[in-house]
Design a protein. Structure first.
Length: 328
């Protein structure tokens, strides 16, 4: 098989708990075509449809959803999803399996139904705590029983992959054995992108004269954005410690602005939803639907697309090697 044929080979995926599409976008850029993108939130579904008309967006509760016979008739190379984080979040009660929002059992059910060749599950760093060792071991054992090898359950920092944000997330990757032997976690980039570099042009967009100096001082990565829940809070940039870190970067984290700072602005600017999206690694072309708070919540809860692409590239590379060896 010629090299060009290998690199152009198409792979398929099903994305669950898709949110506003951060992981789905990254995996698309890694070469995966989505057979279905499943999400329960109407505003997030509207965002997915607004940005990718060709995606099969399904508004559904994962606890009652199963893929259609049409989807199951196709080979699914990757099942990916960022299951809800509150059961394991350091900011919550960390009830784990006792939290009704824990959807890991549904992911295992879907793995059994779909039988993808690879599985990728994203969650908060709290899941890696010692108190959840037993639960992680159960999940790994269930995947092993279904015929998968664990490629790793790693704590990944988005700042290592070009995202101007110190966002730590746990990532599980499991694959069929013949592909798992070829999987390698992506190498971190040597240089990190700062908040000032990422946002300078947006801060200048409405004529703010202080944007260049602000960007020079905003010379570090941001703390992790927090999207919050529908029950708690509006659009701000996170808890007290995060707000203090934003202040060091010259950003007022008490709310989200409707527009970039205008000429004559005195004091610290606030981020717009679009700026927050840049901090998450979304392209400027990605438009979030809903009112400001709903849009910001989608941004804050997203999985950064560049991280998803990096891991998606590694998964696709392992599948390619397996397929070439099988066909050779």
């Amino acid at each position: 098989m010629r090299g060009s044929e290998v690199t152009k080979r198409k792979y398929t995926s099903i994305e669950v708990c898709a949110g506003a599409g951060g992981q789905a976008l990254g995996l698309e850029r890694a070469g995966f075509a989505h057979l279905a993108c499943v999400e329960i939130d109407p505003a997030a579904c509207a965002t997915l449809r607004r940005n990718r008309e060709h995606w099969n967006v399904i508004e559904a509760d994962l606890r009652t959803w199963s893929p259609s016979p049409e989807v199951l008739s196709q080979q699914v190379d990757l099942l990916a999803g960022g299951v809800p984080c509150p059961p394991f979040s350091l900011a919550g009660r960390q009830l784990g399996r006792d939290d009704e929002r824990d959807l890991f059992p549904e992911m295992i059910r879907l793995v059994e139904e779909i039988q993808p060749r690879a599985v990728m599950i994203e969650n908060v760093r709290g899941l890696m705590a010692r108190k959840f060792e037993g639960y992680r071991a159960e999940i790994m054992a269930e995947l092993k029983e279904l015929g998968y090898e664990l490629c790793g359950w790693e704590l990944v920092n988005a700042a290592d992959y070009g995202v101007p944000q110190a966002r730590l997330r746990s990532i599980l990757v499991a694959m069929v054995p013949d592909a798992a032997v070829h999987f390698r976690w992506p190498e971190p980039r040597a240089r990190r992108t700062t908040v000032g570099e990422a946002l300078k042009n947006q801060m200048k967009a409405a004529g703010w004269e202080g944007a260049d100096e602000w960007a020079r001082r905003a010379s570090d990565v941001a703390p992790a954005l927090v999207g919050g829940s529908k029950k708690h809070g509006g659009a701000d940039l996170g808890p007290t410690r995060a707000k203090a870190a934003w202040r060091q970067l010259g950003v007022d984290a008490m709310g989200v602005a409707d527009a970039p700072p205008p000429a004559g602005t005195d004091g610290m600017p606030r981020l717009t939803v679009e700026m927050a999206a840049t901090i998450q690694g979304f392209p400027a072309s990605w438009k979030f639907q809903g009112r400001k708070t709903a849009a910001y919540r989608q941004v804050g809860n997203a999985f950064p697309p560049p991280v998803a692409k990096a891991i998606g590239d590694a998964i696709r590379a392992a599948l390619l090697v397996m397929d070439v060896e099988t066909e050779g």
